[in-house]
Design a binder for this molecule. Structure first.
Ligand SMILES: *Cc1c(COP(=O)(O)O)cnc(C)c1O
Length: 513
């Protein structure tokens, strides 16, 4: 039997709650808040443990069905088989590697773009497209959708790959022309698909993001797209519930796999340590804990952009006097962790969340009340790692255990070692090392994060540099085929446009023409 589930607004208890399909197409609630489920299912230990015997797609379908997805079970099964199929380089999809007896690593990068974003973005676009189909069938919509994405690197490629050739959707991605690595740029500009576009922007990631936001907010531009192209703008960012739900699956899955491999005793807790930026991944772990997965503590790992470390230590979220720092883990370089709002909703309810979000926008800071802080502290601990430390960790873990990790994972590994107690720890690994080859090369060569590369490698392409890492690390360092073939792939998109709203809007117009 299916549970009736609807989605509430984190800032407004009065909002007319949509079902899953509408929540995923809308993305954000009318008040500016985020959608959260009105009730949470629970899983018994036995229900969790049988996951170990199922293929991953079935694990995902099982979790989705408990969240009242308004689609038939057959349809959900079919979409999940497609989402978690042969495009992954490991049929387990999200395998757990035992690095030491009490430190396991959950590898979330076996998807087509080698980053954890694939876990959600191989799945969410299928459900998005299906949801649009349903809305059209019910006569509630007749437009197609244009997804606009501003990216600092990983999200853009994963979104392109997820939305490529999906019905009723188009996707255009904007990246900072001088702000992404050679490999990240090539991954995007070689994207296949007839409904995709990619533009560089003269400026940094902030410039990209504010230009895309301005285009979303521009009423005449929205009207023009509707009238002339029958298109509605949408976003695929990590606050969409359709991206969060797939991120609950792998924590249930990982616990079952840990029990099956003897990493944890059935029913006993494991701690989870997550390299965190927008708070989406670790929130998946929190939901899994609420569902009944025996997760002890949630360890929130940050880099030098450590606003979350301070928040978990003090209950004060303060960005009023904080500069954005560039780090070797750029996907965690963030000041406002949007998904934190969902956690605060579950701890404190919509009235308080609304007030705190108003304070954050106005004063660039808010402080939670004492009860909320106390309940936060029962589940979460946090710490941060400096740029140089993160590279030293890569070297140390490689030397000690023969396991090569990327700089994001290294941040989590270090925090897990510092904060761990008696329970086994699951360290969450969010990128294949080869996506960040230059810093992995620096790490293995004993260089600092900011150091220039030595002359003999500085003129190499990103892919050639991976070969240098392989010369040092040998068998520990295989490169995913899609990355290895990048230098030979045809570049389809070369245009670089001006920053600002007009630059983005004109790029969209020229792409549509
Ligand atoms: C997106 C990303 C993160 C941060 O995940 P959040 O869900 O935003 O906390 C960490 N590592 C990598 C490699 C990522 O791509």
């Amino acid at each position: 039997m299916k549970t009736e589930m609807i989605y509430l607004d984190t800032r407004d208890a009065q909002c007319a709650p949509p079902a899953f399909s509408e929540a995923i197409v809308k993305g954000i609630a009318p008040s500016g808040g985020l959608f959260v489920p009105n009730q949470l299912p629970t899983l018994t230990l036995a229900e969790i443990l049988v996951f170990a015997e199922m293929p991953y797609w079935r694990r995902a379908a099982s979790i989705f069905s408990r969240f009242g997805v308004d689609m038939s079970d057959d349809r959900v099964d079919a979409l999940m088989k497609q989402a978690y199929g042969s495009q992954w380089d490991d049929e387990r999809i999200a395998p757990v590697a035992e690095v030491t007896a009490d430190m396991h690593v959950l590898e979330l990068w076996h998807g087509p773009t080698s980053a954890f974003k694939d876990m959600a973005l191989q799945c969410m676009p299928l459900f998005f497209s299906e949801s649009v189909d349903q809305l059209r069938a019910r006569g509630q919509a007749d437009e197609d959708y244009l997804i606009l994405v501003a990216t600092s690197g990983d999200t853009g490629k994963a979104a392109l790959e997820g939305f490529a050739d999906r019905e009723h959707t188009n996707i255009v991605v904007f990246y900072p022309a001088d702000g992404v690595s050679d490999i990240q740029r090539k991954q995007m500009v070689t994207q296949r698909g007839s409904n995709v576009g990619v533009f560089g922007v003269r400026g940094n990631f902030d410039d990209c993001q504010s230009a895309v936001k301005a285009a979303f907010a521009d009423e005449p531009f929205n009207a023009e797209l509707r009238d002339e192209n029958n298109l509605r703008l949408s976003s695929a960012n990590s606050i969409n519930w359709g991206r969060l739900l797939p991120q609950i699956v792998y924590y249930v899955s990982a616990y079952a796999d840990m029990v099956a491999s003897g990493g944890v005793i059935a029913g006993e807790p494991m701690d989870v340590c997550v390299p965190t930026g927008n708070f989406g991944n670790i929130l998946g772990a929190y939901y899994a804990k609420l569902l009944g997965v025996p997760i002890g503590r949630l360890l929130c790992a940050s880099n030098e952009n450590n606003v979350l470390t301070d928040f978990i230590a003090t209950g004060v979220y303060d960005i009023s006097d904080r500069d954005f720092v560039n780090t070797p883990s750029p996907s965690m370089d963030i000041l406002i962790s949007s998904n934190l709002e969902r956690l605060l909703y579950h701890l404190a309810g919509p009235e308080k969340v609304r007030d705190w979000m108003i304070e954050l926008a106005r004063d660039k800071r808010f402080q939670v009340d004492r009860e909320t802080f106390a309940s936060l502290r029962t589940s979460f601990s946090g710490d941060f790692v400096t740029n140089d430390e993160s590279l030293q960790v890569i070297r140390r873990v490689y030397d000690d255990f023969g396991y090569l990790m990327d700089p994001h994972t290294a941040v989590a590994w270090e925090v897990a070692e510092r904060l761990r107690g008696d329970d086994p720890v699951l360290v969450v690994s969010t990128a294949h090392w080869a996506k960040f080859g230059a810093d992995v090369f620096r790490a293995l060569s004993g260089l600092a994060g900011s150091a220039d590369l030595p002359a003999h490698v500085s003129s190499m392409s990103g892919v050639e540099l991976l070969g240098q890492v392989q010369e040092i690390a040998g068998d520990c360092a295989c490169v995913p085929r899609a990355l290895a073939e990048l230098d030979a792939a045809t570049e389809r998109f070369s245009e670089v446009v001006d920053a600002g709203r007009e630059g983005v809007e004109n790029a969209v117009r020229s792409w549509l023409a």
